[in-house]
Design a protein around this ligand. Sequence first.
Ligand code: AMP
Ligand code: MG
Length: 417
Amino acid sequence: MSQGATPEGAGSASLTTVEAYQKAILSAINPLAPVSLELADAEGCVLAEDVTAAVALPSFDNSSMDGYAVRAADVASASQESPATLRVTGEIAAGDIGAHRLAPGTVIRILTGAQVPVGADAVVPVEWTDGGVAEVAIHRSADEGNAIRHVGGDATEGETLLTAGTRLRPMHIAVAASAGRKAVRVRPRPRVVVLSTGDELTEPGTPLVPGRIWDSNSYMIAAAAREAGAVAFRRSGVPDDPAGVLPALEEQLARADLLVTTGGVSMGGEHDVVKAALRELGTVNFMKVAMQPGMPQGFGVIGGGGGTEVPIFTLPGNPVSAYVSFQLFVRPAIAALQGADDLSLPATTATLTNPVRSPSGRRSYLRAVLDGTRVTPLSGQQSHQIASLGRANALILVPEWETQLPAGETVDVLVLP
Ligand code: AMP
Ligand code: MG
């Protein structure tokens, strides 16, 4: 993951840009191997093959209405004043596989989805009749083909209905089922293991003593990973013990396609245990990205040596930094693990309702409320201020070269999931 990503320590003039860092990450991610999954498990996965129709859709002529199968010629002169009265010789319901045949001058009652009998060329909806059982009075003529869904009217046999690369949403699952598929080859939902680090972390639901905080990052990042389509596992409160970090990570390798840690990567020397532990390995790069919040970042791989190498993100510990970093860097990586690139946050532009400030040389991502074409920055932009994150639905981007923008300015905005 070297190209474009400048290691830290090269001075603030050489902070890595957000785009260079994103690019370096994506170029280092290999898509997961395709697997065959039953349809019930395939939603959210990304197709690794085309899906074609096993048969024409529909595969037989069938009725689109409840009514009567007729020969159009037999009702050609039917009208309100002089209905055509015809004998009803039977009934065909949906699922009936009998070989029904319509004799001229008669009708067969037919239900929606039922096979049109041989000899019939139209269906008269029950609303155009008196609904008769033994015989029926039909008071409107019907064109040939009326209320008939013809073979192949939806898709022809062998037609490609879904293409490789499609992220399977509920309608695609229906298409695959309608195409006759029991299982599909897909790149599965990546398994993301989230580990929060810090001696100060306490599980929510247990009492807090002064000096401690409730762990929010592990819940937040696991939830964000799930929202992005991953299967997420949580391992909370890895202590700030340099000797314990690597074993805690290695313990997770067997169930992880991606590891995400929070905390322990800033400038605190020996207290930054994640950085200290992973630096030893030499397979994770730590750098400063020209952004706020979220400047200290780390990305690389761990594992290998017999097992598979698993990509790892080390996100900063402040909750807002961790959140923004996840959305900018981890989210696209989850897509890349599925061979997809559809998970970047939706971008738009809007008019600032209030002025904003930003540090020189770094791009700010300010929590904000987007309302149509207007965007309002929230107060409380420090990276520990989780309360204002909870009020945000968007991030305002302030470019690296701007230190302030006035109200009325048009700004780039990312819409939060
Ligand atoms: P660190 O990156 O470990 O230096 O942490 C930076 C700040 O984020 C500190 O104030 C930590 O207490 C806080 N922090 C770290 N991990 C978490 C977490 N899992 N939940 C909430 N806050 C955290
Ligand atoms: Mg810490």
